[in-house]
Design a protein around this ligand. Sequence first.
Ligand SMILES: CCc1ccc([C@H](C)CC(=O)N[C@@H]2O[C@H](CO)[C@@H](O)[C@H](O)[C@H]2O)cc1
Length: 793
Amino acid sequence: MSTSALKDSVLSHLKYSLGKDPEHATTYDWRVALSLAARDRIVDPWFESTRATYRADAKRVYYLSMEFLIGRLLEDALVNTGVYDDAKAVFDDLGLNFGEILHDEPDAALGNGGLGRLAACFLESLSTLGIPAMGYGIRYEHGLFRQRFEGGRQVEEAEDWLTQEHVWEFERPEAAFEIGFGGQVYENGGRAVWRPQEAVIAQAFDTPVVGWKGEWANTLRLWGALPKTVLDLQRFNAGDYAAAAEPEALARTISRVLYPDDTTEEGKHLRLKQEYFFTAASLRDLIRRFEAEHDDLRDLPKRVAIQLNDTHPAIAGPELVRILHDERGMEFETAMEIARGCLNYTNHTLLPEALERWSDGLMGYLLPRHLQLIERIDTAHQTQHPGIAIREHGEVKMGELSFIMANRVNGVSALHSDLMKVTVFKDLHDMHPDRIVNQTNGVTPRRWLRTCNPRLSGLITDAIGDGWIKDAERLSELEPHVNDAGFLDRFVQAKRENKVDLGQWIAESMGISVDPDAMFDVQIKRIHEYKRQHLNILETIALWQEMRDNPNGDWTPRVKIFGGKAAPGYVFAKEIIYLINSVASVINNDPVTSKWLKVVYPANYNVTLAERLIPAANLSEQISTAGKEASGTGNMKFALNGALTIGTLDGANVEIREHVGADNFFLFGMTAEEVMERRTVEGHAWDAISKDPRLARAVDALRNGTFAGGDHDRFRGIADNISGPDYFLVASDFSDYWRASREVDQAFRDTGHWARMAALNTARSGWFSSDRTIRSYASEIWDALPSKPLRNI
Ligand SMILES: CCc1ccc([C@H](C)CC(=O)N[C@@H]2O[C@H](CO)[C@@H](O)[C@H](O)[C@H]2O)cc1
């Protein structure tokens, strides 16, 4: 498509789709017009992908997830369909600010963090690989809350991405299903019949997910909840207007808002309704699609692979058995076999508080037939494998149910999958030793390098061509260039220019000036004790104290950048946020140290902010307590973008260090085994503090009001925790973290050496592409293949 054709398409959409005259068009109008023009180019490959799948009667992959952390779609679509430069030329030509138009798009924040973003990367890779697939989720009216800081404290505001037209979705009135809740189960001719007490309509909204080069596009189908009856006319005519509108309000509540917790299961009534709502609608939809082309449901596993993104859609097991056994009359055992032949389960966390357990009461109330079927599934499994129960202490354990109903169960990094076998799923693993496999996470190199870092990707393509974008492991072809001074200079230049851009944005949006030649040290992720943002800020305090002791010391200038939201109910995490902001305001206004050290915490960390921060990072903080971070995916994005990692042997850090080389990774801290050992030591925190005066002094600063205007109590909670129970071993890992951080200081001063290490990280991180991960799922779990050979780039 030529620039002029694109221009015509944009102008005609502005006129005929938005009814706007260019003279009076707003940034929003131009952004929507461009999006419609870009969308037009995706519809044909989208249709063709569907046709090809039907022609080939190909096996389909269904990815069921409560979260899809998509972010923005326009720039990704322009790059993936190869018209980004044309679009830029069109708006330069129109004398409009292209960057401003791109930034007008709201993030689709339909997720909390790692699990949701992984789902989005997976969909893009499935399309790039041409594997027929569909993502199923919920069309939340309100995504993850907007974070604002008030006096350094997190304040949540409702997110409202749908208050403006969402141009990337197509409503599908024909794809709607009635989903029931509650009610009773009756016996009828030897068959169980469930009569729900209430019902809502699940309405489909489709978003095309286009792959690299726009050759294939799969569908993300999100369900919105609608009332069976829009208005209770009797009540309306009786003047009881509120009551008249109640059915609609009640129904829409199901898809109203994303639960903002990412580690603690609340066990909330509405959460279980959400999980059943989208899971049941998705199973209805995929069975209808199967039966349109096939007449024997026993062949379902040959044509359908379902991936459960954690336990959130685990009700899929009992629901599939209910449909096959209750509705279709299959023998229970056959229904179980067919269901297990389709289902696979990915575990994303070992944190006990994150493992979902629904009370019998709630499950029996909302899903009475499912509770009966879970009982039967439990009994059947215990007959063969006594000792493990799905139902225990009046609760239904969704992890056990998912494991027992799955063909394959996987962890998301090598360490995590091994830990699953010896912790949460030890007994089940002993019973089914070949069921757990590992699938180390990955990230899409399109969004997380090609699109977010055009300077570096331009440099790479100049050096080795652009084959790496589709096949990221070809980044290894950069290795010979790493010894070429010219390449390294351009590598350093690209990073510096990204840092200058970020510095400008920080100055404009936060009024803080940062030195682009300082080390940009970045920790961006959800705020959680196991991710140890409080270890990072404690080290920052100790560094600041040492700088004040010796202001003329030859310090390595650093900018500590934090980003992340805390679950609204997570008090300790919110205290950590308050501490970071309080430390920042003292340090950033300290004339003695401000040339050496700055702390920056932009609010409302999301996908778009990550795309702005990662290309400008020198150092990636991956400092979780070993054994706690299942994988991490930010760690991969930083390595791809030429940042060095300071981290523990946790999650995928282990594999990143193996791939980039131990010399190009700053390792510190206890291993997962040593962590278990250290916890058994009585007073392990005090012991560590007593042995490290630097640590003791930093903790004292939390107690003596240094960062609290003299208020000794403000951060007592954090100080007491770190010097007391300290379950995540902040005190015990501090000294080694300090040691590694000083090594980082030394290394950063040798710009050539640092550049070489950074370039090797980029060159050796191609394996962490989500294309590699998806290829592995496809061959080891789904037995799914690309539907048509995609033209080699
Ligand atoms: C029920 C509340 C809830 C909601 C979400 C979750 C997710 C599983 C939390 C999550 O996002 N886990 C992260 O998943 C990433 C993708 O695999 C991993 O890289 C991270 O290590 C893991 O913390 C747990 C509990």
